[in-house]
Design a protein around this ligand. Structure first.
Ligand code: ATP
Ligand code: MG
Length: 382
């Protein structure tokens, strides 16, 4: 599990640290930097997959012309913080794997949109495994080539390699999928065949149906999978009165929710999932089931989930454990860079949580007000 991410000079972060847990929640106003954090995880994922820096940032097209890796969001040279004195960027990740800590650091030079590593460092259980410096040009990450026998099963490479990023789109989730596709796409592609694969395993199917019954308003009791004229698999939802409705006619919220379940319960799960605005399309009254599911699944399966949110209701529903890994991204007035502050570090938070509820405080902008009061007009902490 990744326990900590520190970023220097990446996008709008000068020097920040994000604490992670099994379920990590990131709050913050528009343009505070939540999606920039997602981009940082994507960068690290590109490193884990062994792509060169120019591929990670500029995108990679496979032999058949298909997009294998989407380019980083934003302008290439703006990977580095615009107002910073240096354009070097660094990532520092700590993970705890089978009880052993490992640390991976990468510093990258951004020479006006041309990138190379300055340093790559990997430490396992307090021991340095490698520490490469810039005496040769290298733009392909060394960490992606470490053999498992060096770090045994403890390598951080696998944590970086095994990440998925989802922004579910109901129109995409409605589409029929080619038979046999078992990995859900970023926007919910292949939903029918991923659900089909889940349903082929009775234990997984039972878990899936439990959550589906609890969360869908129209009592979905089963799924049917039928080939269309092209041989693609179309999803049908069976309702409690026996009616079968094609996914094309199902509601947007239902599809987005099914896509979330498919991501978390599908075969060959990733180690870390990053969702943008997980509450999107879910009725507030059902949100507690979603949070319950995420907290239980992440606690029991070892899967890590990180999500951004704008939802006060969601914040109110988080368990004590999840609150430990809930943070606010915030840009002090008069400053262009953002800071990250764990929710539990705010004053009197336990008392306020009990008396007012964190959702109410969040909706009223209380977290930002407290932070505004701690920075002066130049943006310095008082
Ligand atoms: N290289 C950079 N240097 C400084 N600031 C940057 C850089 N790149 C992006 N930003 C800042 O990051 C902001 C966008 O942040 P991001 O997309 O993460 O917002 P967000 O918190 O996800 O917001 P929303 O809730 O609207 O999705 C931009 O408005 C810009 O101010
Ligand atoms: Mg965003």
């Amino acid at each position: 599990m990744i326990t900590r991410l520190r970023l220097k000079n990446f996008k709008n972060f000068a020097d920040v640290e994000l604490k992670l847990g099994p379920f990590t929640v990131i709050l913050g106003t528009n343009a505070s930097g939540k999606s920039n954090l997602r981009d940082a995880f994507r960068f690290l994922h590109g490193i884990g997959r062994g792509y060169s820096l120019s591929e990670i940032i500029g995108g990679k097209t496979g032999g058949g012309g298909q997009v294998e890796w989407e380019r980083m969001r934003g302008a290439m040279r703006e990977i580095s913080r615009i107002q910073a004195e240096t354009s070097d960027v660094s990532f520092d990740v700590t993970a705890k794997i089978s009880g052993v800590n490992s640390i991976y650091r990468a510093s990258i030079e951004n020479f006006d949109g041309l990138f190379r590593f300055i340093n790559e460092y990997f430490e396992l259980d307090g021991r340095e495994i490698f520490n490469f410096h810039q005496n040769v040009f290298w733009d392909s990450p060394a960490v992606s080539t470490i053999k498992d026998e060096i770090g045994r099963s403890f390598t951080i490479k696998n944590e970086l390699k095994s990440m998925r990023f989802h922004e579910m789109d109901s129109a995409t989730a409605k589409l029929a999928s080619p038979p046999g596709q078992k990995v859900l796409g970023d926007r919910g592609e292949n939903l029918p065949t991923v659900l089909q694969a889940i349903c082929a395993d009775p234990a997984r199917k039972e878990t899936l149906m439990e959550w589906v019954r609890a969360l869908t308003p129209m009592d979905v009791v089963d799924f049917k999978f039928r080939s269309d004229l092209n041989g693609f698999i179309q999803l049908y939802l069976v309702e409690s009165d026996g009616a079968e409705i094609s996914a094309v006619s199902a509601s947007d919220g239902t599809l987005r929710f099914l896509a979330l379940l498919a991501a978390l319960l599908g075969p060959n799960p990733a180690k870390l999932y990053f969702f943008e605005e997980i509450e999107s399309g879910i009725h507030p009254a059902r949100l507690h089931l979603l949070i319950d599911m995420l907290e239980r699944q992440t606690a029991k399966s070892g899967i890590q989930v990180v999500t951004t949110t704008h939802s006060p209701e969601l914040l109110s529903l988080l368990s004590d454990e999840t609150l430990k890994s809930t943070s606010i991204v915030y840009r002090p007035p008069g400053r262009s860079d953002a800071i990250i502050k764990p929710v539990l570090d705010f004053p009197n938070i336990d008392k306020l949580r009990a008396t007012q509820g964190l959702g109410r405080l969040h909706a009223a902008g209380w977290f930002e007000d407290i932070l505004n009061a701690t920075f002066d007009e130049e943006g310095d902490a008082e």
